[in-house]
Ligand binder design. Structure first.
Ligand SMILES: Nc1ncnc2c1ncn2[C@@H]1O[C@H](COP(=O)(O)OP(=O)(O)OP(=O)(O)O)[C@@H](O)[C@H]1O
Ligand SMILES: [Mg+2]
Length: 270
């Protein structure tokens, strides 16, 4: 098959392959599209934790974005980890030049263990400048709490938080419920298609490394192929669900999910 669409991913590298740019490329490819990348930082990590983060120079980030986009125009852009205010500013400058409307922002701010990954200045730049440029933002509960400066405990809190986030100028929000300790997970969508709650049973496993990156890339891929945004969220959530269910149980810690769950290989290479 030929790729259905072209996607640019701006994010950090995860050496363990389960999250970050590696998860993004796998997801976009497994769903039938073509992935281009601009790497913002290189992390040394495995399933047991993140050991170091090496940020790339701002100029190199800008060059990766502009050179790829001038040559192959992306149908959609997914943005992941942006570690500093300067990086966010340069991404905004590039987005103005590229003029792609389908921009999905996964505001990676809080690690699975609860540690804040970006400083206050970056949070402000993201909230007041980058959100306006994005079609959809996909925060998890701790990230939404940082954005609205309020605790989120219940489904009502999640709905209210989504409303507040829309007021920052983004057109759509998908507030992910994976961090709530409940038997059922609710992901709340609010935006151009109204309110929609995606409810599914929590799968009992420690292997959920990269669920967030994978979800935002899957949504970007469906959207880039012309699916409406609410349908893209629904299909993205289904893909992640299947990927968790069929996870390959790799590593000693929190292992990766199965990005290949959408593919049936024809064994034609003998
Ligand atoms: N144990 C689980 N069972 C089923 N679905 C899950 C589970 N954990 C997360 N999900 C789903 O995975 C998607 C990503 O949500 P999550 O809250 O994990 O994002 P995240 O915290 O940004 O992930 P990451 O830590 O990878 O950045 C959501 O659709 C959520 O419902
Ligand atoms: Mg995340």
């Amino acid at each position: 098959m030929k790729p259905n669409s072209k996607i640019l991913v701006i994010a950090g590298s995860d050496s363990s392959g389960g999250a970050g740019i590696q998860a993004d490329i796998k997801t976009v490819t497994a769903l039938g599209s073509y992935a281009m990348t601009a790497i913002t930082a290189v992390t040394s990590q495995n399933t047991t934790g993140v050991y170091s983060v090496f940020p790339l120079p701002i100029k190199e980030i800008e060059k990766q974005i502009m050179l790829t986009c001038k040559d192959i125009k992306p149908d959609a852009i997914k943005i992941g980890m942006l570690h500093s205010s300067k990086v966010i500013e340069i991404v905004i400058k590039c987005l103005k030049k590229i003029k792609t409307k389908k921009i999905i922002l996964d505001p990676v701010m809080v690690a699975k263990g609860g540690a804040k990954l970006i400083d206050e200045k970056s949070i402000k730049t993201l909230k007041y400048k980058l959100l306006k440029k994005s079609l959809l933002i996909t925060p998890n509960i701790p990230e939404a709490e940082v954005l609205i400066k309020k605790k989120i405990n219940t489904l009502e809190d999640m709905k209210n938080a989504s409303k507040i986030i829309l007021n920052f100028g983004v057109k759509n929000v998908l507030l992910k419920g994976g961090h709530k300790k409940s038997e059922f997970i609710e992901d709340v969508y609010l935006g151009e298609h109204g309110l929609k709650i995606f409810k599914h049973k929590r799968i009992k496993t420690k292997n959920t490394h990269g669920t967030g990156c994978t979800l935002s890339s899957a949504i970007t891929t469906f959207l880039s192929c012309g699916k409406p945004l609410n349908k893209s969220c629904e299909l993205g959530i289904k893909y992640v669900n299947q990927a968790i269910k069929t996870n390959p149980t790799y590593g000693k810690g929190q292992g990766p999910i199965n990005h290949l769950n959408s593919i049936k290989l024809k064994r034609i290479f003998k």
